[in-house]
Design a protein around this ligand. Structure first.
Ligand code: SF4
Length: 477
């Protein structure tokens, strides 16, 4: 029985119990959302290492990380290392988008080790096995999907909404069809003159998914690849088909989420999310970005995190991260880390704005630690503790600096929080001397005098290369 079938029958599963605990809601609340199709618990019955999680607008915003090899680069060890990095830095789900060698071994290793749901795009393996996209048969496609379901994959991107009738609608586009799955299927449809095989065989795919409780991630194969193509007829024609397929999957008892764009100008994002929710009857929306500008290759984790924040605010349930390598190359471990940081910020910012239970408490705890100069607590609470500690220690490396009431950003004389605190404590706020130009001479205050850096903590090596040395500067003053 799938999670959806169980929920409809009024059964609270172990996975729902666990999800309720993680989200701090009642199991019944989870069951109701799953029964209505407003939330999914990707949870293949063969994925034994999984710690169940939920994706839905009624819960915290989730983040997916894409990993995977390509023909040009990467092997199984580096893929497992990327999986580890993704989970370590907070990915809620991981998609294995491998298109290179050892596909089965990499997939099986990922499922065996991953505590988070694993997603795949089976059309990639179908192309590898067929040798050419146009040679894919219906039987081969179903065989690949069934095999991956049996390997424990929790959700699969199925680009069943790319229909023969939609392809002419992409003709005037600036960047054509940019989805890998979408472009493969479009070529197959054009060469064979037949309907999309994933659409034609959708009922049979549903039967496979029911058996293993695989969740659909209905792919947006016609998503816009640039701002100019956003919101065109092709994108919305496919969305209408995804709405139809959502209802078909639900009728089979299969869980569904729906994928979204892409590249979308900021002012269109909320409207597009709202449209998806209406067309797909509230099925969870899983968005890639969207990128809000096309002009920043190398920084697309930022351009897309801005759009992702807006999308989450408007109702998207899961954000697919984008790394700095987007459009440029295969992400490495450091790119996975950067992409995840950007997207966890986006998800959290939306959760804070939406008033999700416990979200703001994190910000408040970190701010209190910051104002108290409790550096260790501040690092501990940071979204990426290693990065926070590393940046702090680059200029103030001694242990004692973790007790200091300043950092190298403003320096000892101009640390505003220290000045503020001391002024409040001593009542000297109104007595701070000025130099006649109405500029505050904070170094002349009694508060500054008592807050010189601890003696003997300077790393001499750090000052040799020109690194600012606050103690020396203060003495020279
Ligand atoms: S020196 Fe500036 S940045 Fe550093 S703790 Fe003080 S106020 Fe904050």
């Amino acid at each position: 029985m799938t999670q959806l079938e169980a929920a409809r029958r009024g059964t609270v599963t172990e996975a729902m119990d666990r999800v309720a605990e993680r989200e701090r809601v009642s199991p019944e609340f989870v069951r109701e959302r799953v029964a209505e199709g407003q939330a999914v618990i990707p949870n293949n019955v063969r994925h034994e290492a999984l710690d169940p999680m939920v994706i839905g607008r009624a819960f915290g915003t989730k983040v997916n990380a894409n990993i995977g090899n390509s023909e040009e680069t990467s092997d199984i060890e580096s893929e497992l290392s990327k999986l580890h990095t993704a989970v370590h830095y907070g990915a809620d789900t991981v998609m294995d988008l491998s298109t290179g060698s050892d596909l089965d071994a990499i997939r099986e290793a990922n499922v065996e080790r991953s505590p988070v749901p694993i997603g795949t795009v089976p059309i990639y393996e179908a192309v590898k096995r067929a040798g050419d996209a146009t040679d894919i048969t219906h039987e081969l496609l179903l065989d690949v999907i069934e095999k991956q379901a049996g390997q424990g994959v929790d959700y699969m991107t199925i680009h069943a909404g790319v229909l023969l009738e939609h392809l002419p609608l992409t003709d005037g586009r600036k960047t054509g069809i940019v989805s890998r799955g979408g472009s493969i299927l479009a070529r197959w449809i054009e060469e064979n003159g037949m309907q999309n095989p994933l659409y034609a065989k959708f009922d049979e795919i549903c039967e496979i998914f029911v058996e293993h409780d695989v969740t659909f991630s209905l792919g947006d194969g016609l998503r816009p690849g640039c701002l100019a193509d956003s919101g065109d007829d092709a994108q919305f024609a496919e969305l209408d088909t995804l709405g139809e397929l959502t209802r078909t999957a639900w009728n089979h008892g299969v869980q569904v989420m729906v994928e979204g764009p892409g590249h979308v100008p900021m002012d269109q994002i909320a409207g597009q999310v709202e449209r998806q929710r209406e067309v797909c009857d509230g099925a969870p929306f899983y968005v890639l970005g969207p990128l809000v500008t096309d002009v920043a290759p190398g920084y697309d984790h930022i351009t897309s995190a801005i759009g992702a924040t807006e999308a989450a605010r408007a109702g998207a349930a899961m954000l697919c991260y984008v790394t700095p390598k987007e459009h440029l190359g295969l992400p490495e471990e450091e790119d996975v880390r950067e992409g995840l940081a950007a997207y966890r910020i986006a998800a959290h910012a939306a959760d804070v704005a939406d008033g999700r239970d416990g979200a703001r408490a994190w910000d408040d705890a970190l701010s209190e630690a910051r104002y108290a100069f409790d550096w260790r607590e501040q690092f501990e609470l940071a979204l990426d503790p290693d990065r926070a500690r590393e940046y702090h220690d680059q200029t103030l490396p001694g242990d004692n600096y973790e007790d200091a009431r300043f950092c190298s950003m403003c320096g000892v004389d101009f640390c505003s929080m220290r000045i503020d605190q001391d002024a409040r404590e001593s009542g000297e706020m109104a007595d701070i001397e000025t130099d006649g130009d109405d500029r505050t001479d904070a170094s002349a205050t009694a508060a500054a005098e008592v807050n010189r850096p601890p003696v003997g903590t300077h790393d001499a090596a750090a000052t040799d290369d020109g690194t600012p040395d606050d103690a020396t500067r203060a003495d020279d003053d």
